[in-house]
Write a protein that binds this ligand. Structure first.
Ligand code: HEC
Length: 155
């Protein structure tokens, strides 16, 4: 009896390991890399947003740090993170619409909008809460403009 249970558990562990291997194989490292940058955008914008909403007390140092991070993130060279054939129709782990590869100049322009908006935030975040709030819209707008055009809905 005991050995049967042990065997069953061993079987589950093996199935689990294979499942993980398949999941990892399905995800292109370039897709993982660009999604990681997006997560870092969201984390840092989230800190600023929490202060803007009053959920977290305004802290000039923390706000400046988040804004600096956003600027640094927009300076990362993403050119190898968007290879052809890594769109949502080719890679189940991606929500990047094929339209990206047909409109690259526009995608770059939307990226540039974000770069400008985070530099505005860098100048504003450490001043006071009002300045931080005023700079939020530019960043939120830049994120959502690109998502509306080039990210598949979450389903
Ligand atoms: C130039 C276009 C563009 C801009 C600007 C942009 N995104 Fe994205 N974002 C995308 C695309 C495309 C995806 C889908 C990527 C994929 O799944 O391969 C995405 C995915 C995401 C995801 C999901 C990541 C995951 O793990 O699946 C988050 C979160 C995100 N973006 C946050 C942001 C935030 C916050 C900003 C602004 C600070 C931003 N994005 C700016 C295009 C953009």
């Amino acid at each position: 009896m005991k050995s049967k249970i042990t065997l069953a558990i061993a079987g589950l562990v093996i199935v689990g390991a294979i499942g993980t291997a398949i999941a990892q194989e399905a995800s292109n490292p370039a897709v993982k890399a660009r999604k990681s940058i997006m997560q870092l955008y969201a984390f840092n914008l989230g800190s600023l947003g929490a202060m803007a909403k009053g959920d977290v007390e305004y802290d000039a140092k923390a706000a400046t740090s988040a804004a600096n991070n956003l600027v640094t993130l927009t300076q990362i060279d993403q050119s190898r993170m968007w290879p052809a054939g890594s769109d949502s129709s080719a890679d189940a782990s991606s929500r990047a619409l094929p339209a990206i590869w047909q409109n690259f100049p526009d995608v770059m322009a939307k990226g540039a909008e974000l770069s400008e908006a985070v530099v505005v935030m860098q100048g504003a975040a450490g001043q006071d809460l009002e300045s931080l709030r005023a700079a939020m819209g530019g960043i939120g707008g830049a994120c959502s403009e690109c998502h509306k055009a080039y990210r598949a809905p979450n389903n």
